[in-house]
Design a protein around this ligand. Structure first.
Ligand code: FSO
Ligand code: SF4
Length: 548
């Protein structure tokens, strides 16, 4: 195996024997094989599209497969066997459709031609060198191909949530597939791949915008909300991940059953949406970021529904209380299928909850969030006044991810050491490092403004654009705004590429730069975008506070 797609990769270079995340080499290889097949389907479907042939199964398959290979999403090797089998059928069906038109497929690579039937054949192909990331020998080409690939994986996650709510955009699917085809092309130059990675950022913005529209037109605009972090004395279900359609259905089905619902990690955002506030049994948020699952899932006592990554391989003590759905999977854990009519039946989880003890309280109190673009727009005047009269000196976008590394205490310390006349704009699970600190407010505006999930980084950009206009500035780079972003997995990569596409300069990415960025690609990002990493809180604060 070789995998270097996340921030916690072994020795900061790549996992080769087993993943730091827990991914074994056979699973890693099967994920590589699925990606290899996805590229093959993308090649044939891109050719088919030129002939006016469209196969919506291919669109769905590609999006779902990319999502399944995101860090900590799917741990079930059987899901990958099934997926590969299904993907081969789709690829062959499209080839047949092309053939019927009398046209000939111009690509004759192994991506479109390899075939296997048994799991054994799949495993042996999966372990072969040609399927590995390392098959691309040139480290700069490999770096750009993977930068693009991880951006597309992140984008796929957002597209799947949007599609779940009925929002699809064929132009994004077509772009995604054409791009996947291009990163298999040995003739693509470094310059072309750099251009392509910027295009991925452009579509990243479209994808996040699509999801924002899907979420807000279905559930209303997030609003300022105090979220309870304590517990009640009823049995509860904990729901984690990012999929709002899943929590909607869970809330509907648990109503009147005596079972409470709590969010974990990225699902916290559900508390901010008006549509979910009507449920009395929706108690609040339990716990912190994804990596604290082992402790927090144990003490929760009730069943846990994982709608997306991140899933930490579960401990035996709560594995039988875990359920997966969507792109996620864990061997031996019950998976909730979507039914023909598009709904999910959570009865088994609700009945399970009734047999469980109420959650053990691990915290008390409230956290405040819900500062997505619409809500911030409503207090924009107040914010602009505070900037003009000097009460707010600088904003810090501290969006992104949390993770296990000790070095991430930097973000807590950074938040604590920031001058009192600064505001943190956050989104994603990075916030758990500082959203429970008492950082106070400026003229009633909390010093930590949480927009929501990692995809709500889109909201932060909208906020920045609104501020830029209100302050009469030309570019968002003229704002008193710094970017100190924490990353972990591939959704953060699409957010990063989207920010670059929007022309945002001087983004600091930590706690370490991605291992998949080669020295030359890193130099390109430094020279053209001023991208940097982090050092220590004191030096970084000096740097940020003194940049005009
Ligand atoms: Fe991931 Fe990062 Fe959104 Fe977290 S990008 S790790 S669970 O912020 O949240 O999916
Ligand atoms: Fe290693 Fe991260 Fe890949 Fe897991 S996802 S195998 S930790 S690089």
């Amino acid at each position: 195996m070789f995998c270097f797609q996340c921030q916690e990769t072994a020795n900061g270079t790549g996992c080769t024997i087993a993943g730091i995340c827990g991914k074994k080499d056979d699973l890693a290889n099967m994920q590589d094989l699925l990606i290899y097949l996805v590229k093959g389907i993308a090649i044939v479907h891109t050719e088919a599209r030129k002939l006016g042939i469209k196969n919506s199964n291919a669109d769905e398959f590609i999006v779902n497969s990319l999502f399944m290979t995101i860090t900590n999403a799917n741990w079930d090797k059987n899901d990958f066997f099934n997926k590969v089998r299904n993907g081969l059928e789709i690829r062959e069906e499209i080839k047949m459709m092309i053939k019927k038109t009398g046209a000939k497929l111009s690509n004759s690579s192994d991506y479109v031609n390899w075939y296997g039937e048994s799991n054994l054949e799949f495993e042996s192909k999966a372990a072969s060198q040609e399927v590995s990331i390392l098959a691309t020998r040139d480290e700069d080409i490999r770096s750009l191909r993977e930068l693009i690939m991880y951006g597309l994986k992140g984008l796929a996650a957002y597209l799947q949530h949007a599609a779940h709510l009925g929002y699809k955009d064929d132009s994004i699917y077509a772009f995604m597939q054409n791009t996947l085809a291009q990163i298999t092309d040995d003739k693509a130059t470094l310059e072309e791949l750099i251009g392509l990675s910027m295009e991925v950022g452009k579509y990243g913005v479209h994808g996040m915008e699509l999801l924002d529209t899907a979420n807000t037109s279905t559930y209303g605009h997030p609003e300022v909300t105090k979220v309870n972090i304590g517990v009640r004395q009823n049995p509860g279900i904990l729901i984690s991940g990012h999929d709002l359609k899943d929590i909607e259905q869970l809330l509907e089905q648990t109503e009147g059953t005596g079972v409470d619902v709590y969010t974990h990690s990225e699902m916290l955002v559900a508390n901010y949406y008006p549509a979910f506030k009507k449920y009395d049994h929706f108690v609040g948020n339990y716990g912190n970021a994804w990596w604290e699952q082992k402790r927090e899932f144990e003490s929760f006592n009730g069943p846990i529904l994982m709608t997306t990554n991140c899933i930490v391989p579960p401990k035996a003590s709560y594995k039988d209380r875990m359920y997966t759905t969507g792109a996620t999977g864990v061997e031996g854990v019950t998976y909730i299928e979507e039914q023909e009519d598009g709904t999910k039946d959570f009865t088994v989880i609700i009945e399970h909850a009734k047999q469980c003890e109420p959650p053990i309280e691990i915290e008390k109190g409230e956290i405040v969030g819900g500062f997505a673009h619409n809500q911030v727009g409503q207090v924009a005047g107040q914010v602009v006044d505070a900037v003009k009269n000097g009460d707010i000196k600088r904003f810090f976008v501290m969006a992104g991810c949390d993770g296990r590394h000790k070095s991430r205490t930097y973000y807590k310390e950074f938040a604590e050491e920031l001058p009192k006349d600064t505001i943190i704009l956050t989104a994603g699970c990075a916030k758990y490092r500082y959203n429970k600190l008492d950082l106070g407010d400026i003229n009633g505006i909390p010093r930590v403004l949480d927009a929501g999930q990692c995809n709500d980084s889109y909201s932060l950009v909208m906020t920045a654009l609104k501020l830029k206009d209100a302050l009469g500035l030309e570019s968002i780079n003229d704002l008193p705004l710094s970017y100190n972003i924490a990353w972990y997995e591939q959704k953060a990569v699409i957010v990063f590429l989207s920010l670059l596409y929007l022309g945002v300069k001087n983004i600091h990415v930590g706690p370490t730069l991605p291992a998949f960025l080669s020295p030359n690609v890193t130099n390109f990002l430094v020279e053209n975008f001023g991208v940097g990493s982090i050092t220590n809180t004191k030096d970084d604060l000096d740097l940020f506070m003194n940049v005009g």
